[in-house]
Ligand binder design. Structure first.
Ligand code: GYE
Length: 328
């Protein structure tokens, strides 16, 4: 008798288990043999805030043409509400089977992610990570921003070696973004190794203009600063302008380090005004589209595929040659 009850229970678990696993909508008709030509991608880009972003957008546009997939490009104009609205729009679009998100901020995505899952859309995160359950997206492809912060602190320690004071000013990106949060965290984890103190820190929203304005205001308060850590190249270029207008020599009187390694940073390093730039690779589209196609065909992916990056300094002997060979 007991064995019959156990058998019945096991059978019910199996039946409800199979039915229950149908929570997600069925995949696309082409699966498991989808090709790039079958992909219709809704791409939610942050905006167009600087050189890194321009290179990132170009990577997605050019690679879409090369692979023959359909790209629906949505410019969120650096407005979070607009980016969420765009996500809703792609969830309602019957043609879109893949959504790629470069999230302006880490929070606020639960509703649209659930909507996408119910609609059977593949979601891939590029560039920026988000605070959401890993089962709500196929994978995240982007840099280890905390490692970029640690690299920045290590390089700043080298730049300030032997100096009595080690006061550093930090120009922060969009405060809600994973890039800003993690770079700041990584820098603070490592700066103590050489006695660096972050004496001023404020957002300049990734921009040249705000980088200059914030640095100008700080210089009116004090000139007791030995280094500036700018979380992207554009803010460093703004700080360089402010230092020059205050009669200081950037790269000499005040050491300057930034992140991204865009063309603007190489130009400033070649002029001796920027000391170091930590690379952050924007050319992510080939990896992202490949991962999206695998997910469309039902493959399970690692939840993070980190990009590989280097460090460049103004005193590298072949800096001009490196600059001439770069794509952005
Ligand atoms: O550093 C900055 C851009 O998310 C890594 O966003 C990207 C950052 C990059 O605005 O220049």
């Amino acid at each position: 008798m007991k064995s019959r009850i156990l058998y019945g229970v096991l059978l019910m678990v199996l039946v409800f288990g199979l039915v229950g696993c149908g929570k997600k909508s069925a995949g696309p008709a082409c699966a498991p043999n989808c090709e790039y030509k079958d992909m219709v991608v809704g791409f939610l880009q942050t905006g167009s805030e600087g050189g890194w972003r321009a290179a990132n957008s170009a990577s997605f546009r050019e690679t879409a043409d090369q692979l023959g997939l359909t790209l629906k490009f949505y410019d969120s104009q650096n407005d979070l509400a607009r980016q969420v609205a765009g996500f809703h729009q792609f969830n309602q679009d019957p043609d879109v089977n893949v959504i790629i998100l470069a999230a302006l901020e880490t929070t606020g995505w639960e509703e649209v992610l659930k909507e996408a899952q119910a609609a059977g859309k593949v979601v891939v995160l590029e560039d920026r990570r988000i605070d959401a359950s890993e089962d709500m997206y196929a994978t995240y492809i982007g840099s280890d921003f905390a490692e970029e912060g640690r690299k920045s602190a290590n390089e700043m320690c080298k730049l300030l070696e032997g100096m009595a004071g080690k006061n550093v000013w930090e120009l922060v990106g969009n405060v809600g973004s994973s890039a800003a949060k993690d770079r700041g965290q990584g820098f603070r984890e490592t700066m103590g190794a050489c006695g660096i103190e972050v004496t001023k820190s404020q957002t300049a929203n990734w921009s040249i203009t705000e980088g200059k304005e914030v640095t100008e205001a700080w210089l009116k308060e004090t000139q007791d600063v030995q280094g500036i850590f700018a979380q992207n190249d554009e803010m460093a270029l703004g700080a360089i302008e402010a230092l020059k207008e205050a009669g200081l020599t950037p790269g000499v009187d005040v050491k300057i380090l930034s992140v991204d390694a865009t063309a603007g940073a190489f130009k400033a390093m070649l002029a001796g005004e920027l000391n170091v730039t930590v690379e952050c690779n924007p050319l992510l589209a080939p990896q992202v589209y490949e991962a999206a196609l695998k997910a469309l065909n039902g493959e399970t992916l690692p939840k993070w595929i980190p990009s590989q990056e280097g460090v460049f300094s103004f005193d590298m002997p072949n800096l001009q040659e490196i600059a001439d060979g770069r794509k952005y």
